[in-house]
Design a protein around this ligand. Structure first.
Ligand code: GLV
Length: 302
């Protein structure tokens, strides 16, 4: 089997992936797109991580494009991506665990006020605020995929009052859940239907003093609306791992905003050690004519 690997990652990360993939599927012939093209352009499958647009141009025979990222929004935005080849995304329990850890840290920090205590320490302020129980905190998880489910399962034993929402539940269910949500965690896929969902009407529907944790995509958020909601005091805090432009420009107001915690898109990284094994399993299924895992429905966008 000829498999093309292409990535827009730096050389160190790319080499790490190449080694992990090669070790997980040593029987395959791993090629970069240039080599595949110089050998006539045939490849059975492509494994891609943030590939530069047009990376797969000139290849033929592809029967699977396997993404290494959970989100496929960037791939689907590439007009040169072949539309007739099945596309699979990464669903790795190790990644879902990492996401659950990040969400747990954010929820605990918001619930118990640890972001505020960090600011008070910087000002040498010895002052405790009223303590709430976990069962007094309502958490709304947007997205019920593997990540949303992992976050739900990690938070449930702590006693938080959890609500999940996915787009097919409709706007009425969202409005009901929003009205109560002290903390909203966004884990939706980015599609034309969810882009800019986190906007002024969304924030206004949350109770005063609510917080947002965005662990999905920057384009879910209308930044000016979020800043306005924070500045007016309607929203208390935002934990943001993802942004419209990454890396976040040093001039962006989020960096210095006292009610914003900025993370460098690290909430859940794909781990080559576990992900390469999952990729190899999907490629072997392709070779053996077995069903493929985690295929993307291009019409839905995830
Ligand atoms: C990261 O954001 C991913 O989509 O895996």
């Amino acid at each position: 089997m000829k498999i093309v690997f292409t990535s827009g990652l730096d050389a160190t990360h790319s080499d790490g992936w190449r080694q992990a993939l090669h070790a997980a599927l040593p029987e395959a012939q791993w090629l970069n797109p240039e080599d595949a093209r110089s050998q006539g352009g045939h490849a059975d499958a492509a494994v891609v991580a943030n590939p530069p647009p047009g990376s797969l141009a000139g290849l033929h025979g592809l029967r699977l494009i396997q993404g290494l990222w959970a989100g496929v929004d960037r791939l689907l935005a590439d007009p040169t991506l072949p539309t007739d080849v099945p596309l699979a995304r990464m669903v790795d329990p190790a990644m879902s665990d990492a996401m659950a850890e990040t969400a747990l840290w954010a929820v605990l920090s918001l619930h118990r006020g640890f972001f505020v205590y960090a600011q008070r320490q910087a000002k040498q302020q010895w002052r405790a605020h009223l303590q709430r129980r976990a069962d007094e905190v309502q958490v709304l998880i947007l997205g019920t995929g593997s990540m949303g489910q992992a976050v739900f399962d990690r938070l449930a034993p702590l006693g938080y009052r959890l609500h999940s929402w996915r787009r097919s539940d409709g706007p009425h269910a969202l409005a009901l859940a929003q009205a109560q949500a002290h903390i909203t965690i966004n884990l939706l896929p980015l599609t034309p239907a969810t882009e800019a969902l986190l906007n002024a009407p969304f924030f206004n529907a949350l109770p005063k003093g609510a917080s947002l944790v965005n662990l999905a995509r920057g384009a879910h958020v209308v930044d000016t609306d979020l800043l306005a909601a924070l500045n007016s005091g309607h929203l208390r805090h935002a934990v943001l791992d993802v942004f419209h432009e990454e890396p976040l420009s040093t001039a962006h107001p989020y960096w210095r905003h006292p009610q914003v915690t900025v993370l460098p898109h690290m909430a859940a990284q794909t781990d080559p050690r576990s992900a390469a094994v999952l990729v190899a399993a999907n490629l072997r299924a392709l070779r053996d004519g077995l069903p493929l895992q985690y295929l993307v429905d291009r019409a839905r966008g995830y």
